[in-house]
Design a binder for this molecule. Sequence first.
Ligand SMILES: Cc1ncc(C[n+]2csc(CCOP(=O)(O)OP(=O)(O)O)c2C)c(N)n1
Length: 367
Amino acid sequence: MISAELFCDELEERGFTVASGVPCSFFGGPIALLSRTPGKYVPAANEGAALATAAGVALSGGRGYVMLQNSGLGNLVNPLTSLVMTYHIPVLTFVSLRGWPNPEDDEPQHEVMGRVTEPMLDMLGLPHWILRADADADHFTGILRDAEAALAAGQAPFVLVEKGAVGKAHTVVDETEQLRLDSADVVRLVSDLAAGDPIIATTGYTGRELFGIDDRPRNFYMQGSMGHAAALALGVALGRPSQTVVALDGDGAVLMHMGTLSAIGDHGPENLVHIVLDNGIHESTGGQRTTSSGTRIEEVALATGYRTAFRCDSMGRLRSRFDAARNSPGPHLLLVPTARRNGSIPPRATDTHSPQAINERFTTALG
Ligand SMILES: Cc1ncc(C[n+]2csc(CCOP(=O)(O)OP(=O)(O)O)c2C)c(N)n1
């Protein structure tokens, strides 16, 4: 393992002064270190935007790099092929290797990408190296030398990062106290109030919390596919117009594919209630900050055409707004500021149910 300090310092010494990305816990150390200095790390909405930002840094004469989880490689491929490769813009990309080398050691949503990450880069003709868990400083600097040669040759080099290859660093927590609710209390209340309604829960801790609190067949735990819970709920709502459908989302996930708010606002499903647990961080990957503190997601929802959108900073308000939303035409958005979780996080739904079983029992429960 190399330390997070060494990772960041070696890149900075080579002139890579700006990083961008979407967090994976594998990069928790470097992101925590870089985030201590304003301007060094840009928390991107999605992986494609991270790549484009780093490409912009390169166009301006600087050097940028990107860090992402391989589950987000699909989000990156479009600007990779159309922008970085086509315009020959030198950007260095680090991709974590989830679901690899043994997919059984990881969650099921990582199985396919674990298997195809390297072949995908081969197909695209991109040079790549693996930073192994037992790599030392010499190995890392050797990879960086090779990557720099590839950049100089107009290629887009990738470094694939094994679990444990880069060390951790202490995350500085923003303690600015807003009125924030306990997310488990919120999920419990929503699950109670939603009674027989289907709930589509976003990836990470939120779905786990719902599973731990109240595992019912009408819950769809969306492990992976970050940012698409609301779009999935939109589809379900369209297929079941007489049934209230609840999307239980996270701020990082909403920001990742914020255009979906516009699609929902435009389409106007009357039976959709979209709840966003806004803790201001990507908590499931270690607590890296999102940009939600500067973005009024509920106001964006209203601006796109949601019928109502409210910030609910008390349990009483959430209860009354949820009841009102269920009983009046939507789409509705309820944004709930939630606190960083403390205590243990419930297990993943897929430790108990296979993804296919989650699908089948959800479909059966919908009738
Ligand atoms: C496309 C993609 N990029 C990155 C990830 C890794 N990832 C899993 S959960 C998560 C954080 C989600 O943040 P948020 O929606 O705010 O929920 P929280 O973790 O705070 O509950 C990330 C970045 C992923 N699963 N998919």
